[in-house]
Design a binder for this molecule. Structure first.
Ligand code: GRG
Length: 291
């Protein structure tokens, strides 16, 4: 199977899995809530986090389908963060994943509730994983909460908001972005490794990969806000001008160099996995992504 076929297979599977999860609930009286949730959840996106979860599971030598509950959970949390981030009280964005943002279609109250429900349901899905070592479930759920909550993504968002009025140091920007973007990527990679029954060394390597890759990914994201195309990205560009981005800190040229550097560090962490060629190719392909 080619790398392109592997990506397509992972993406199609997560799309189906997420769709199936909510399909049977459509008869419920809170139908409008499900519609709002699915509107954003099934709108596509790169599905990068599920791909990471599947691939780390596969690299541990296990059938990658075992990682589906974790892959879905991380994608649901990611989708909730996008819905909430687009709200008028946050970034006040009109477009996401190539369509009007959730609150533009369903109203602010429903968008908040759709995000809340996606976050909460994510833990229901994650808890349905069947693990080789069932005793790992506690660790998995706690890691997911740690990455998503006050010590992870939400904490990073708060630090970002609180720092808007001042120029940050390099270390502060790295710390904020590692939480905001890196934490969920970490959850995807480490939980994929847990689903694959990975060793302590593999878990540590997955975390190291995610830390470096998360930074490379966010730096490229900051660059795309300046050099990207709104239509291709499916969201507005030029919205980060007043924010503490890597581009503001370093300028585009240095950012380009940093993306390469962090990607090399991420790839080095993959040495421990035997069949790592797909993940190496994927990491490299993200360095010059345009979406
Ligand atoms: C509001 C709870 C809350 C959290 C806000 C993660 C976050 C913190 C906000 C989302 C917006 C944002 C710019 C996040 C940075 C992470 C990032 C680069 C998100 C976009 O991820 P992609 O490119 O999106 O993987 P797709 O649509 O492809 O899944």
């Amino acid at each position: 199977m080619t790398h392109e076929e592997m990506t397509r297979q992972y993406r199609e599977y997560i799309q189906e899995y997420l769709g199936d999860f909510y399909r049977e609930l459509h008869g419920e009286p809170q139908k409008q809530l499900f519609e709002a949730m699915e509107y954003s959840l099934l709108a596509g996106g790169k599905r990068l986090r599920p791909v990471f979860a599947f691939e780390f599971c596969r690299m541990c030598g296990k059938d990658w389908h075992a990682a589906a509950p974790f892959a879905a959970a991380v994608e649901m949390i990611h989708t909730y963060s996008l819905i909430h981030d687009d709200l008028p009280s946050m970034d006040n964005d009109d477009f996401r994943r190539g369509r009007p943002t959730n609150h533009k279609v369903y109203g602010e109250a429903m968008a908040i509730l759709a995000g809340d429900a996606l976050l909460t349901d994510a833990f229901m899905v994650a808890g349905s994983a069947v693990l080789e070592k069932p005793e790992d479930m506690g660790f998995a759920i706690s890691l997911l909460a740690h990455c998503a909550g006050s010590m992870g993504m939400v904490g990073g968002q708060v630090l970002d908001i609180l720092s808007e009025e001042r120029t940050l140091t390099e270390q502060e920007v790295i710390d904020i972005q590692s939480r905001k973007t890196g934490a969920l990527i970490n959850a995807a990679c480490v939980l994929g490794t847990v689903a694959g029954g990975g060793t302590e060394e593999q878990l540590e390597a997955a975390g190291r990969f995610a830390g470096a890759l998360g930074l490379a990914f966010q730096i490229r994201d900051d660059m795309l806000d300046v050099i990207g195309n709104a239509e291709e990205l499916g969201k507005s560009v030029g919205t980060d001008v007043s924010k503490n981005t890597f581009v503001r800190l370093y300028g585009l040229e240095k950012c380009e160099e940093l993306v390469q550097r962090y990607t090399r560090v991420a790839i080095e962490a993959l040495d421990i996995f035997e069949d790592n060629t797909y993940m190496i190719a994927l990491a490299k392909s993200l360095t010059d992504r345009t979406v």
